[in-house]
Design a protein. Structure first.
Length: 370
């Protein structure tokens, strides 16, 4: 019996020593990582393994600091950049679940990875202006369109003339987020002239000519969502360069309908995406859809109805055919409504357009990484 107790004591001592060594190693790693902000660590940027090891240290240090996911991604990216590791050269898959970094292989493009409308809704790690997770919205031969996975937080919505941003606190996955709703104050404060609309055709804003915005109150409101000068912070040219084509504040109804209808056709009998969205257009007033003032979408796909929580309704950058004081939007319950007064607040989900030739790869914590 004494011999058994002696063996147990030795095992216990060895275990304690091993734990002390491991703890000391972790402290040293984190201690070294704390110097990353102040001075770069020498690393061979052509050596993928060295870059991956440094990236893991940087991620660990910031994860221990308890940052929220968007803040974690931004801080890790900044620390990597301080050490010469940039998205233009490296594929980065970063989340609160981990980090993966690898050299870009320019032989594979995002356009080749997104093969059909069944890929619409898959996640991608494009990072810009506080938004680090996006979903594939739809594609054509030249472009991939991405939409923010969630409604914008209030602090990331740019100042809009004639409007205020209301803060709406919503608990998402146990975390309170302060989302933003754009509220057009009243008719007298709506600008008498629309903002300059850049590349409107690219965003499928074909509901009417510029003169229609001059006479249509709700058209003047949504023109701000289509004016790229307000949304340049979402382009992130620094990391993605010539592959970033443009950005707008929230999707048009045409874009929404195109994505929905193409995904509906791709799944056919597997999943019932109903109804098909058919738009009719009156240039002086705006849109009607399926001949109805309101209709409910099914199923509850997060690409289109990203949350069923109260306070998560989203506006479209298209005017309603119900009248000159109405906008279009989709509610948390999945109802597309043509009868939203422009002075009722709805939120925004930015859309970006990327050249489909952008280098990409399959992701680990997201579906695709660029």
């Amino acid at each position: 019996m004494k011999r058994n107790k002696g063996i147990s004591l030795i095992v216990l001592v060895i275990t304690i020593i091993v734990m002390i060594i491991l703890a000391t190693s972790v402290v040293l790693i984190l201690s070294n990582a704390n110097t990353i902000d102040k001075a770069g660590i020498a690393v061979d940027l052509t050596n993928e393994k060295q870059v991956q090891n440094l990236s893991a240290i940087i991620w660990s240090r910031n994860y221990v600091d308890g940052l929220r996911e968007n803040e974690l991604v931004e801080k890790v990216e900044q620390d990597l950049a301080n050490n010469g590791i940039h998205r233009k050269d490296w594929l980065m898959d970063i989340s609160n679940r981990g980090i993966a970094v690898s050299l870009k292989d320019e032989e594979v493009t995002l356009g080749e990875l997104v093969t059909s409308a069944k890929d619409y809704g898959k996640t991608i790690n494009y990072s810009a202006n506080g938004v680090s997770e996006w979903k594939v919205f739809y594609k054509n031969e030249e472009c991939i369109y991405l939409i923010a996975s969630e409604k914008l937080e209030a602090k990331f919505i740019p100042s809009l003339p004639g409007a205020t941003v209301k803060e709406v606190t919503v608990n998402i996955d146990g975390e309170d987020k302060v989302l933003g709703d754009v509220y057009w104050e009243n008719e007298t404060k709506v600008p008498s002239k629309a903002a300059n609309i850049l590349n409107a055709t690219r965003w499928m804003a074909e509901w009417g000519e510029y003169d229609s915005y001059e006479t249509n109150i709700n058209g003047r409101c949504v023109s701000y969502f289509l004016d790229e000068t307000y949304w340049t912070n979402f382009k992130n040219n620094k990391d993605y360069g010539e592959y970033v084509i443009g950005a707008i504040g929230t999707p048009t109804l045409e874009m929404y309908a195109k994505s929905w209808n193409e995904k509906r056709d791709a799944y056919a009998d597997e999943i019932s995406y109903e109804p098909k969205l058919i738009l009719t257009n009156n240039a002086d007033v705006g849109y009607s859809i399926n001949g109805e003032d309101s209709l409910k979408l099914s199923p509850n796909d997060e690409l289109y109805i990203w949350s069923t929580l109260s306070g998560t309704s989203t506006a479209f950058a298209s005017p309603s055919g119900c009248g000159k004081k109405h906008l279009l939007g989709i509610s948390a319950s999945g109802n597309i409504s043509l009868g939203i007064y422009y002075y009722i607040s709805y939120g925004l989900r930015p859309v970006i357009c990327l050249d489909s030739r952008i280098p990409a790869a399959k992701g680990i914590t997201t579906d695709f990484i660029i």
